[in-house]
Write a protein that binds this ligand. Structure first.
Ligand SMILES: [Fe+2]
Length: 248
């Protein structure tokens, strides 16, 4: 049976980006939602973000390092000063109900079915950044399914491993499709919904179609101004607003 999965990650409390993305995919016949962590941190709408994602009833959802930190499961000192400020603010502002939801999120890796694994950073460490082929090679050693989805770096990319070779590519187009081969294993990052860092400020996501055996990468414009205004209104560091427009 054909299944279409929305794979998304790193919303970071940016409800404007999330809403634009959901509007964009509303005609794309999504069967299931797979979320790779970091609902909160950086952005000014953590409650709204959690509320909206919960309503999607994701088939699978795991925590990210910012979710973990807001829940007190990670020391705030391990974050850069701006991120730490946003985490402290989020701890204060988040409703009790949403805090409970956030703190109940499972840790990756999470095996969704015989073909799919979700992780925030890497299959062997939820906090590890896969930044290149060297990191990916290590991650493949721990991947027990054909396809692994990961987030955390906020860069859309895809690594393919066959018996002969392992190759990575960054996804640079706003819309592109990658057909997956049967005899290869994949590590795929859909990019970040709420804080892209590849100098393309548009919200990122991917749709995995199991029958086509293809991944469709998308970038979607959203109201960056509105997201920035909320960050400034909450007296969060202005740089967190500025970076959204630059995609860094
Ligand atoms: Fe993140």
């Amino acid at each position: 049976m054909s299944m279409r999965f929305l794979v998304f990650s790193d919303i970071h409390g940016n409800i404007e980006a999330l809403e634009a993305l959901l509007k964009f995919i509303s005609r794309k016949k999504i069967d299931h939602y797979l979320f790779l962590g970091d609902l909160v941190g950086y952005g000014a709408s953590p409650d709204e973000t959690i509320e909206r994602v919960r309503r999607l009833e994701p088939l699978s959802i795991i925590r990210g390092n910012h979710d973990k930190a807001v829940c007190g499961l990670d020391a705030i000192e391990t974050f850069n000063p701006m991120a730490a400020l946003a985490i402290a603010w989020c701890r204060k502002t988040l409703s009790r109900e949403h805090n409970r939801y956030l703190c109940g999120l499972p840790r990756g890796p999470l095996v969704v079915d015989e073909a799919l694994t979700l992780c925030h950073g890497a299959p062997f460490d939820e906090d590890f950044y896969i930044f290149g082929e060297f990191d990916a090679a290590e991650a493949f050693q721990y991947l027990e399914t054909r396809i692994g989805f990961f987030g955390h770096t906020h860069f859309p990319c895809l690594y393919a491993k066959t018996e002969q070779a392992m190759r990575g590519r960054m996804i640079e187009d706003d819309h592109c499709t990658v057909r997956l081969k049967k005899n290869a294993q994949y590590l795929i990052n859909p990019g970040s919904v709420g804080q892209p860092r590849d100098r393309n400020p548009k919200a990122a996501c991917a749709i995995f179609d199991s029958e086509e055996s293809a991944v469709h990468f998308h970038r979607i414009e959203y109201d960056i101004d509105a997201a920035q205004q909320k960050i400034l209104t909450q007296n969060l560091p202005p740089a967190l607003a500025e970076r959204l427009a630059m995609g860094i």
